[in-house]
Structure formats: structure tokens, C-alpha cells
Design a protein around this ligand. Sequence first.
Ligand code: ZN
Length: 563
Amino acid sequence: MKYVKPEIAETGKTLSKLIADFKSASSFNEADKIMFQINEIRNEFESMKIIAFINYSNDTNNVLYSDEQDYFDSNYPLFTDYVMEYYKALVKSKYRNELSEKYGAHLFEIAEISLKSFDQAIIDDMQKENHLASEYMKLKASAKINFKDKELNLQELEPYMESKDRSLRKEAFTAYWKFFGDNKEEFDKLFDKLVYLRNDMAVKMGYKNYVELGYARMKRMDYNEEMINKFRENIKKYIVPLAEKLREKQRKRLGLDKLMVHDLFYQFSTGNPTPKGDPEWIVDQGKKMYDELSSDTREFYDFMFENELMNVFSRKGKADMGYCEYIPKYRSPYIFANMNGTDDDITVLTHEAGHAFQAYASRNFHFKEYTEPTMESAEVHSMSMEFLTYPWMNLFFKEDTDKFKYSHLNGAVNFLPYGVMVDDFQHWVYNNPEATPDERKSRWREMEKVYMPHLNYGEIDFLEEGGRWQKQGHIYESPFYYIDYCLAQICAFQFWSKAIQNGNGEFNNALKDYIKLCEAGGSRSFLELLKLANLESPFEEGVIKKVVNEIETYIDSLDDSAF
Ligand SMILES: [Zn+2]
């Protein structure tokens, strides 16, 4: 996959010409053909942007790559401007009826909501926003923490934070948060700028504040702020008590008087479950797993394997992140990760491969709107794959298999209160854009007491003052992108319930639904996709209540002290 820098001026000129032709097309066939050409150009530009990002994350010390990343930070908003011109032409097209018959109405819904989230007046602000987000990433990556005679970055410190040795865990936690405490002015300043910038964008576009614009940018079309509020309330009502109960079980398992922040990642007194082989071995076991799961997953995994699309082995200079990208020009998914010997290595093979499988399954769509679903739908693919592969976890965890499943489900439940809280916090922040950094932090700390009352921060003042959210990249980089994980988790639990809890007969039906969902990619809205996959809406109170009951029954049936 060759990288050729796309010149924005040239791309723009070609697109403008094609859009003009599209507007004056004299037949549906002609319009359709031009639409194809427009999407070819878009796919080329998008593909180069993704390859540039892959190159950069693969070697963050390479100045050439970081320059290319800068190039896209500056020019992607300009590119977006041309895409919006295309959307305007699309929604006004004389052939709209024929086009929506061929491609479905959802494309037009996406075009319409995207137009609500963009205006030429905010291009400048979008460029600044991209650069500030990159600055945040760089600030976190700049961490050089002296720990046990080694100089570590934040990720390298993490394994110590789940060490068996409690005092080592505590030391690692203290060192980790000291970095944030030492740089708190910088973190505050960056976020302050982002909040003001985003609020300005919203005001320039005629919105009261950033909240509504944020929703439009996330392309949320079949649910609104009120439904999200209700969802958060239901999580508070049904999940928070279960999560607290799980923390209490954890405290007892570990034989502690009080569960402190530095104990949170440490689940079992016998140690957390780990895969029983090195990364190469894991990738091989993955082949066996996807071979057996279905013929579709077999074809997918072979494609990834043979085309070397899984860049998952740790190497110096690689950005410490995990992601899946889809490169439209090559109709090919790409997985990036750093396997490090923890159970996260397996999540790369299930979560990221879930994203990649969807991309592969929907690769026959020619445009981004349908190959890249909105985030809440996309996370259903990845989080559900984590559960659908449960029957193969023994390949990786051997005698630790049950321990892993318990820990994984536990983690999924414990995540939800945090997840909805991140969303609640962001609503507060953008509804109160004039709040000071200190006010934001005390608001966060108050929310923690509601959503995660078990938290004990001990002597870590930075956390006690409400600074924990500053490590959460989404809050800086992609506002309002977080509730998506929570909505998707409730859907993924339904796959767990059907495929895993209800025995083998249901497994194949659930798997069929899952594959159907992946093949549909982003061609429908979130709630429509759920219907297609026979899933119930997470906005229904009864749905949350039902999955919580099932999980609780399962957890109560296990003797966790045996792990
Ligand atoms: Zn994901």
C-alpha cells in the first residue's frame, strides 16, 4: 500500500468539477456514474490520510511521518468542505428518489445531519481543534517517569499498576498520577482552549452551545439528549449497585480492609489471568479460533493474515495504542496494537478483529458512509465479538479460562458507570462552557461519588481534586464519543445472553444475526441496525434490567474465591 501525498488543491479542483457535473447530470445513470467517481476521489484521499496515520503511529519518532500527520490536521477540514459541497448536491439532486432507491435513504440522512455540523465559518476552528488534540496526545506521550531505575512512559508503567505486590502497585499509581499533577496547568489549559473553541463553533453556527453540535458531529439521528439522560439514569439504577457489589467481592477476594485506587486493576490474589504463550503463538491460536467460528470469519482471518494486516507485535517507537482502520482504496481492514503479555492481547484478537471483520464484511459498499458505521454501532461489532469468541478462550487461557471470563464480564460491568459518567461530565462541561478548570474538576469528583462510590484515592491529591478524566483521550479529542461504548455494551450483553448463556442451539442463530449486522456496515441508523440483528434497544429500561439480572445470576452461581 503505497503512500502518495494527496495535494489538497488538486483533490479540491477535481472534486469541484465532478460536483458541478453531478448537479448538471442529465440522467440518473449519469449522476450515479459521477457519484462513483466522486467517491473514488474521496476514497483515495481518505486512504492516504489513514496510511499517513498508520505510518506515524508505527514510528512516532520519524519527523517525516509527523509532518504528514500535521498536513492532514490542517487540510482535512478543507477536504471536508468539498465533501459538504457534495452532500449539498446530493440532497438536492433531481435523482434523489432513484439514488435512494439504489443506495437506501440512510445516505441522505447522513448527508443532512453532516451538513448541520459544518460551516465554512468554522474551518479555522476545526484546524485549531485538530492541532490542540495532537498537542494533547504529544503531552501524554512525552511522559518520562523515573521508576525503579528505569525511565518509563505512561503505558510502560501500567503493568506495575496491576502487580501482585501491593506496595509496588501503590508506588506505580503514585508515579503515574504525579505526571498528571506535575503537568496539570498544561492539561487544564489545553482543555480550556478546546471547550472555548467548540463553544465558539456552535455559537457561530447558531446553536445555543456545543451539545447539539456535538451530537450532530457524532451523526446521532435516532436518539436524543433526553433518551441519553434516561439511559444514564437506568445505568445508575441497575448497573451501579451491581458494579459496587463486584468491587465488594473483589475486596473480599483480595482480603483487604479497604479497596484503594491502586487495587482496582488487581482482580485476584492469585494474579490476573494471562495468555499462555507469546504474541506469535496468540496470533496462531487466533487462526484456529476464527477457522472454527464460521466460514466467514475463516475467510476474513486468512485475508488479514496473508496480507499482513495485523501489526500487533510490540516494537520501539510504535505508538502505544490499539485500533482498527479501514483503507477503502484497498478494501482492506488494518489492525494495529502492541501485544504485551497481558489479557489485553486477546482483546486485540476479539475487539479489534470485531471491527476489522465488520469492515471486511461490508467492503462491497463503495462509500465511507456505509463502510464506517457511526461509533455506537461500530462498538457493537467489536464488543459482541469479545463474547462470541468465549467458547475458544481455552485456546489462550487454558486453566485460567473461567477466571478470564469472570474477569472480562466483571470488567464490562465495572466499565459502565465510568462510561456514562464521562458522558454526563461532558454534557455538564459544554452546558457550562464558562466554568473554570477547578470547577470542572470538583464537578467530576462529585459525579464520581454518585457513579463510583467505592473509589478511595488515599494520598493521591490530584485524583481527590477531580483530575482523573484528564487521562481520557476522548474527552479532549472526540467530544461526546463515549456513551457509544455503553450503548454498545448493552447490545453486546444480549449476544452474550443468547449465544453463551443459552447454550449451543442459540449460538448459531446469534452468530447469523451478528454476521448480518456486520455485513450491513453503516447502511442504516443505529436503532435500525439493532432491529436487523434482532437486538433490543438499550434505551428500553426493561432491556438493561434483564441483562443485569442474567449477569448477576451468573456471577452469583460462581465461587469467585476459588479463582
Ligand atoms: Zn472499539
